[in-house]
Design a protein around this ligand. Structure first.
Ligand SMILES: Cc1ncc(COP(=O)(O)OP(=O)(O)O)c(N)n1
Ligand SMILES: Cc1ncsc1CCOP(=O)(O)O
Length: 213
């Protein structure tokens, strides 16, 4: 799927602790019904084989909604299951290596917590950056926080699009003073919600207002 920055508007990320009373595919479907625009499979507890099974099933579902599937960290698996892309952190496979191997149509997202990391990601060929944590995150409690000023500095240092991540909820999204953001990335605000579809709809409306502010 060809990357466009509008895909980043409501970026939903799966996570083990948010579900598991019921199948992940069911929860992903509810999120897609609510209008998420890109989905990342981030299931760190699964073996490659289990992840492959989930990825293939979820990819079909995402594609039926025209939504790209991104795999967290695991480049080899992302390529093997023909996912649309991968998201990597600072300590994962280097972006330039992925780009050389996967070609230009593969979506590559990179985490950036500093201006240096953001400009390096852009130079190496990343399509977008994920910047955060902008609030304390229940999902990644040790995530380093960044301020609104740092967020603005980072996003304005690059010309590739950016999403903010970390502890974003319906209640605090309007406190993000973003500069130029293309969207928000969330785990618990969607997959931890009682009504996933409704939560996604409401977050999407607020994300739309944020990116146009
Ligand atoms: C969209 C998005 N932004 C940032 C991250 C964090 O990725 P990373 O630094 O690799 O940390 P883990 O996800 O591996 O804990 C992300 N996953 N997605
Ligand atoms: C993967 C990641 N990286 C920084 S915060 C975070 C988790 C975001 O989850 P939540 O939206 O529940 O805070």
């Amino acid at each position: 799927m060809r990357f466009h920055k509008d895909m980043l508007l409501l970026y939903a990320i799966t996570e083990e602790y948010c579900n598991r009373q019921r199948p992940l595919i069911e929860m992903v479907k509810e999120a897609l019904e609510g209008g998420v625009t890109i989905l990342q499979l981030r299931e760190k507890h699964l073996s490659d084989e289990e992840l492959m099974t989930e990825a293939l099933e979820i990819k079909e579902l995402c594609h039926s909604y025209g939504v790209p599937l991104i795999i967290n960290d695991n480049v080899e698996l992302a390529l093997r299951c023909s996912a649309d892309g991968v998201h990597v952190g600072i300590e994962d496979t280097p972006v330039a290596e992925i780009r050389a191997k996967a070609g230009n149509d593969f979506i590559i997202g990179a985490t950036a917590k500093t201006v240096e990391q953001a400009t390096a990601a852009e130079l190496a060929g990343a399509d977008y950056i994920g910047v955060g944590a902008v609030f304390p995150s229940p999902t990644k409690q040790n995530a380093v926080r960044i301020t609104n000023a740092q967020l603005r500095e980072i996003t304005s240092a690059v010309s590739i699009p950016a999403v903010a991540i970390g502890g974003i909820t319906l209640g605090n999204i309007s406190q993000i003073d973003c500069g130029t953001l293309s969207g928000i990335a969330v785990v618990s605000a969607v997959f931890g919600a009682k009504d996933i579809t409704q939560a996604a709809k409401e977050l999407k409306a607020k994300a739309t207002a944020l990116v146009h502010s």
